[in-house]
Design a protein around this ligand. Sequence first.
Ligand SMILES: Nc1ncnc2c1ncn2[C@@H]1O[C@H](COP(=O)(O)OP(=O)(O)OP(=O)(O)O)[C@@H](O)[C@H]1O
Ligand SMILES: [Mg+2]
Length: 146
Amino acid sequence: VALTATVEIHRTSSEEQTIALGERLARGLDPGAVVVLSGDLGAGKTTLAKGIAKGLGADPEEVTSPTFTLIHEYGRPPKVYHVDLYRIEDARQAARLGLEELYAGGAVVLVEWGERFPEVLPAERVEIHLERDGDQGRLIRVRKAS
Ligand SMILES: Nc1ncnc2c1ncn2[C@@H]1O[C@H](COP(=O)(O)OP(=O)(O)OP(=O)(O)O)[C@@H](O)[C@H]1O
Ligand SMILES: [Mg+2]
C-alpha cells in the first residue's frame, strides 16, 4: 500500500463527458498501469473504461462491454485489457484468470469490480470509484499512488 496518494474528484453530467474524461485520464497512465473501476451497477465503469481505451488508441468499435468475455483485449501495443470480475464467484476462480500475466506484459489493465478480489490486484494501482449523482450526473474519484 502506497504511503501517499493523490485523489482527484471529477464530475460529469453525461455519458459523453465520462468518455471524454476517460480519454484525458488515459494520458496520465503509465504503461503497465492497473486501473480498478468500482461503483454500483450502471455507475459508468464500462463507459469510463471505453474512454480510457479510446484515449490509449484502441479502436472505439472494438471497445465493448466485457460482460460475457471476462477479458477483452484491444488495440495494437500499447495494448489495453478490460477485465470484468462481476461474474467471478470466488478467489479461486479469480486466481485462475491469470491476471498477473496481463500485468507483466506492460499493457494497461482496466479491472471492473476489481475491489471484490484485492488478492488478484497489484499493490500499486489506480483506483477509480464512480457514484451516481442524479440521473445523468456522476461523481468520479481517482486515487493514484504518488
Ligand atoms: N454521466 C454519465 N456517465 C456515464 N454513464 C452515464 C452518465 N449518465 C448516464 N449514464 C448512463 O449510465 C449507464 C452506465 O452504464 P455502464 O455500463 O457504463 O455502467 P457500469 O458501471 O459498467 O455497470 P455494470 O456494473 O453493470 O457493469 C449507461 O446507460 C449510460 O448511458
Ligand atoms: Mg460494466
